[in-house]
Design a binder for this molecule. Structure first.
Ligand code: ACO
Length: 451
């Protein structure tokens, strides 16, 4: 099989959001902290009407419907999520209701979990399956979804919610490079959810930034090394047309691009250094490990990378800024944002790097090529048009004031374990086609309906 990758994609984000300007005032923090300091505009959230099953169902159904997918043509369905509402039963089994109805039950795959990385792990499983001897010729679907909520405090404005669904198979317009995926995995307590009675994580904000950036350093250097083995001309960031990141908040992504440039700077030969990084020689003795919170390095390389950021990364942040951290779908929201910012002829033959990070921690940098083959041009065209339509829903959302948002969060928190339970969240507020939770019965079984 050739050109295995993403054939089609759909995204779902909640119909309600809170404005970060309003949230700054409501939280009593200094004006600009969330909007400029974190680089966030709006944060999507769900009432108790939605849970991880409904979110993933909505994205999946949208993908199937918009692409007329024959359910018997799907041989694998994978879910990536860190929103756990059942310690045994997977989200995938709920998604099977759609398939089982049609008698399509011969479908491999199950849920994968590690913070924001689960979606990427699920995606790799699907790609690997299509490329393997187990493959039976059918396509795979990957769904990644999460509800990202934090307790009151500095992390709360970095929440969000959403789900992405991707159709995987050969002859795709978005093709994965083979043999160059570069991972960095280790143990860290930067963000984790050991309290099964609560929806909220334990988070050490500063440590999580440190872990994210050190994972990036490791993945980027290894990725470049592996790339140079297959292409001796590979020049790192300069050989990539786009550089996309998992986005907890947009400012961290901008700092990450600067960090990549700092890596390039440290790796450059002495003569290249002067030529390519004029005026930065004072930083040549700095070490990666000692500079995670070095203000001078950060400032200098943010300034150096400003245009590179505008060109290669900024177009990928539209959804992240306006929905927030969706956790597992975050990076794929970045891919969607990037794709809809261009026309197919601007994309043909382009290559971009993607950095996936999940606390705890698991991370990988990998790359996608937009197929040069004109025959897939129409697939790409269809993909972009469909996503543009979906993303235009951002403007059709309802802005909710922070006090109502806070009350809805209270309801979620209070009833996280209530059974039997009937949600009180508005059905009217949901977009047409959204799945929602109807009730939880006394045996804690959940039933859903579609609007
Ligand atoms: N105007 C402009 N900028 C401001 C203002 C203002 N009025 N006030 C503060 N800022 C800036 C700060 O200088 C800071 O910028 P810097 O990052 O360049 O230093 C930024 O806004 C944030 O302010 P802090 O005081 O650093 O914020 P705080 O420590 O309160 O919280 C944090 C930020 C740690 C990111 C918190 O939101 C958090 O814990 N989030 C969840 C964890 C997270 O997302 N980690 C990222 C990787 S792991 C993952 O994906 C979950």
């Amino acid at each position: 099989v050739e050109n295995v990758g993403i054939l089609a994609m759909e995204l779902y984000f909640p119909s309600q959001y809170v404005d970060q300007n309003d949230l700054e005032k409501f939280d009593g923090v200094s004006i600009g902290k969330y909007t400029i300091g974190l680089g966030q505009s709006k944060m999507g959230f769900c009432s108790d009407r939605e849970d991880i099953n409904s979110l993933c169902m909505t994205a999946l159904h949208r993908l199937i419907e918009k692409n007329n997918i024959n359910l018997h043509d799907i041989g694998r369905l994978e879910v990536g999520t860190e929103t756990i509402i059942d310690k045994s039963k997977s989200v995938k089994t709920f998604l099977m209701t759609l398939f089982a109805k049609e008698g399509a039950t011969d479908i491999e795959g199950i849920d994968t979990t590690n913070a924001c990385y689960g979606g990427t792990a699920a995606l790799f499983n699907a790609i690997n399956w299509v490329e393997s001897s187990s493959w039976d010729g059918r396509k795979a679907i990957v769904v990644a979804g999460d509800i990202a909520v934090y307790g009151k405090g500095p992390a709360r404005p970095t929440g969000g919610a959403g789900a992405v669904a991707m159709l995987i198979g050969p002859d795709a317009p978005l093709v994965f490079d083979c043999g160059v995926r570069a991972s960095y995995m280790t143990h860290a307590y930067d963000f984790y959810k050991p309290d099964l009675a609560s929806e909220f994580p334990f988070v050490d904000g500063k440590l999580s930034i440190h872990c994210y950036l050190s994972a990036l350093d490791n993945c980027y250097n290894l990725f470049c090394k592996k790339m140079r083995k297959i292409d001796s001309d590979f020049k790192g960031l300069l050989s990539l047309d786009g550089m996309l990141f998992h986005s907890p908040y947009s400012k961290l992504v901008q700092k990450s691009l600067a960090r990549i440039c700092f890596n390039d700077f440290l790796n450059a030969s002495e003569e290249d250094c002067e030529k390519k990084f004029p005026g930065l020689s004072e930083f040549s003795n700095r070490k990666l490990k000692e500079t995670y919170f070095d203000r001078d390095v950060e400032k200098a390389f943010m300034a150096y990378s400003k245009e590179l950021f505008q060109e290669k990364t900024e177009p990928s942040l539209h959804i992240a800024r306006n929905v927030g951290n969706m956790y597992t779908p975050s990076l794929y929201g970045g891919l969607v944002s990037y794709l809809i910012s261009k026309s197919p002829d601007q994309l043909i033959g382009k290559k971009f790097g993607l950095f996936s990070y999940g606390s705890g921690l698991a991370s990988t940098m990998y790359s996608i090529n937009i197929c040069k083959d004109i025959s897939v041009g129409s697939k790409l065209d269809k993909l972009i048009k469909s996503l543009q339509e979906t993303v235009s829903l951002l403007d059709k959302r309802e802005c909710v004031d922070p006090s109502t948002f806070s009350e809805l969060m209270e309801v979620r928190t209070k009833n996280y374990h209530t059974a039997p339970y009937e949600p009180s969240g508005s059905i009217d507020a949901l977009f047409p086609g959204t799945y929602y939770l109807l009730k939880i019965d006394d045996q804690r079984r959940r039933t859903y309906e579609r609007k």
